[in-house]
Write a protein that binds this ligand. Structure first.
Ligand SMILES: Cc1ncc(COP(=O)(O)O)c(C=O)c1O
Length: 340
């Protein structure tokens, strides 16, 4: 185990929002080729659960240490990140304001009222829904200026919770996984949805810091491999500097696939619906149509393509997102029923 990593994690202020460790369960033999294990970061003990809480453990501690009184962040209308930030703000006694961009075309009415939108009201956050073409960075700057001039002390949580501090949540998760399985018995491949990229980058850097060579595969749900890779490199270079890792080795280990993107962010294609349907019916597993459903469809595709060593163990990180099932209820029901 890396003492450098331990020192960095121990020295960085952190709050506790996630059960430690989150549970792992085995789906067993998957498609006759690998053993599929699920790590349940969707465990919903607080704020609707999900991967953003691990990042917010570090980001909220930073906000506290800067004496902030308001968390500000941005995302889509059904952003899990915005919902988790709102829950954290409520827990730590801060106000929360969210800038939500209309990013997914052609959605039914419940997309604007159900799912994560319900949680925002429960957590007492305020929000604005902004047109598709909005520059979220500029909108955030305007909000921060307005809050500051009215005497508030805003703290900006980055898009998707992804910067070096947010990534530490998943560096710590890599250490948690190795602690759960032991270094020799840790699954050879870890699969994860790739959105803003902090979850992916943190895990990859974490395994490298521990001297392990797990493959970490990211399934793109937000943009293409080219754009996603550039973002991953940015986070990895930053983490490499802070943890003392070889950034070239980290860059070389990046494995991403964007076939999962389909028609674009927030638009589940037939393979995603089939996968959600299959995992629900056969395993009682709830996958969401934006992140985990797409990533699991990617895992199935990789199995069929023979991209995992036969007989190996694959750990799927369930990053949460179940509230979105209710925002997509008519689409999912229609598609699932059409498949019989
Ligand atoms: C449920 C869920 N899974 C995965 C992701 C992707 O995580 P990251 O943004 O760290 O790539 C997100 C991001 O919003 C998410 O909400």
């Amino acid at each position: 185990m890396s003492t450098h990593l331990d020192r960095l994690l121990d020295a960085t202020p952190r709050m506790a929002f996630v059960p430690d460790p989150t549970p792992v369960c085995s789906i067993g033999d998957f498609e006759g080729r690998v053993e599929l294990l699920i790590k349940h970061d969707d465990a919903q003990s607080f704020a609707g659960g999900g991967n953003k809480l691990r990042k917010l453990e570090f980001l909220a501690a930073q906000a506290k240490s800067e004496n902030a009184d308001t968390l500000v962040t941005s995302g889509g209308i059904q952003s899990n990140h915005a919902r988790a930030t709102a829950g954290v703000a409520a827990r730590i006694g801060m106000a929360c304001h969210l800038l939500l961009r209309d990013m997914v075309p052609g959605q039914p009415p419940e997309y604007r009222t159900n799912g994560n939108q319900v949680y925002l009201s429960l957590f007492g956050a305020t929000h604005e829904i902004l047109p598709t073409e909005t520059d979220l960075q500029a909108a955030t700057d305007t909000t921060v200026a307005a809050l500051t001039s009215s005497g508030r002390r805003p703290f900006v949580v980055p898009f998707g919770g992804s910067n070096w501090a947010g990534c530490l949540g998943y560096v710590a998760c890599a250490r948690e996984i190795v602690g759960q399985f032991g270094p020799r018995a840790t699954p050879e491949v870890i699969c994860v949805p790739f959105g803003s990229g902090g979850t992916y980058a943190g895990l990859l850097a974490g395994f490298h810091a521990l001297g392990l060579e797990q493959r970490v595969v990211g399934y793109c749900v937000f943009d293409t491999v080219e754009t996603a890779k550039a973002r991953a490199f940015g986070f990895l270079d930053d983490l490499a500097g802070r943890i003392g890792l070889d950034s070239e080795a980290l860059r070389a280990a990046v494995e991403l696939d964007d076939r999962t993107l389909g028609d674009g962010y927030g638009l589940p294609g037939p393979d995603t619906v089939d996968t959600i349907n299959h995992m629900g019916r056969n395993h009682g597993l709830v996958l969401d149509p934006v992140y985990t459903g797409k990533a699991m469809a990617g895992v199935v595709q990789w199995l069929r393509d023979g991209r995992f060593t036969s007989g190996s163990r694959v750990l799927f990180l369930h990053t949460g997102g179940q509230p979105a099932v209710f925002a997509y209820s008519s689409t999912l029901r229609r598609e699932v029923e059409a498949r019989g």
